[in-house]
Design a protein around this ligand. Structure first.
Ligand code: PGA
Length: 255
């Protein structure tokens, strides 16, 4: 039985250590309660991430970014090895905000994916189209995924999570609305086929495919369940301990 994977992406929030520590403290009991069914990963901002990851192992810890080089003269950057050696298990790579505001290209995303996998950590690779398309899965999703897989071998697949995040559905996008479960389901099949073509259908099943975009307690249940999405990447609602707790509890029912 695969556990449901629920990831909190706090983005550049909150503003103080005290608030971050309170969020962690409020989320731990529910994460512990459902740990047999739900894998919870929290991705706080860098100033506190490694404090938490050194101290608390009841949840997984994820970074929101990373650089691909191992060490050296790269002012301001953080290497995969630094994160790994601090107890961090996951790294979000290719989030649409990094692509849009920080100029991350598909080639840069591919380098980051390879570097994180080489370090032994797990990757949460984000893909998703900017504009809503009525019919079918937009080709940009295929292009982003195939580019990111440049250095990924079959042996890496069990440590790869793909988060399908249509940008138009992310809560901070003006006019955002969550995707339909049908469309998310169709995209999940589309992504899985790309893996099957490249690595074989058995190996394709090792990759976890999750959904992100305005996930709330009121809609998470529709995205999860047998044969559909295997978890969620949660932004806004992961800054509300009560809402995030409800999301975890609903995810536990889906497995
Ligand atoms: P949201 O963010 O849940 O606030 O839509 C998701 C994300 O950007 O990862």
């Amino acid at each position: 039985m695969k556990k449901s994977l629920i990831i909190a992406n706090w983005k550049m929030n909150p503003s103080s250590y005290e608030e971050a520590a309170r969020l962690v403290a409020d989320m731990l009991p529910i994460a512990k309660k459902f740990r047999n069914k739900v894998e919870v990963v929290l991705c706080p901002p860098f100033p506190w991430l490694t404090d938490f990851s050194h101290e608390e192992q009841a949840v997984g810890w994820g970074a929101q970014n990373v650089f691909w080089e191992r060490k050296g003269a790269f002012t301001g950057e953080i290497s995969p090895l630094m994160l790994k050696n601090s107890g961090v298990g996951y790294v979000i790579v290719g989030h649409s905000e990094r692509r849009a505001y920080f100029g991350e290209t598909d080639a840069m995303v591919a380098q980051k994916v390879s570097a994180v996998l080489a370090s032994g950590m797990r990757v949460i690779l984000c893909v998703g189209e900017r504009e809503h398309q009525e019919d079918g899965v937009p080709q940009i999703v295929r292009i982003q995924l195939e580019a990111a897989l440049t250095g990924v071998t079959r042996a890496h697949l069990a440590r790869l999570v793909v988060a399908y995040e249509p940008v138009w559905a992310i809560s901070t996008t003006p006019g955002a609305r969550s995707d339909t479960p049908e469309n998310a389901f169709e995209t999940q099949i589309f992504l899985r086929k790309i893996f099957a073509q490249k690595y074989g259908s058995k190996s394709a099943g090792l990759v976890r495919i999750i959904y992100g975009g305005s996930v709330q307690p009121g809609n998470i249940g529709k995205f999860l369940g047998a044969g559909t999405m295997e978890g969620a990447l949660v932004g806004g609602a992961s800054l509300d301990a009560q809402a995030f707790a409800e999301i975890i509890a609903i995810a536990a029912k889906s497995v």
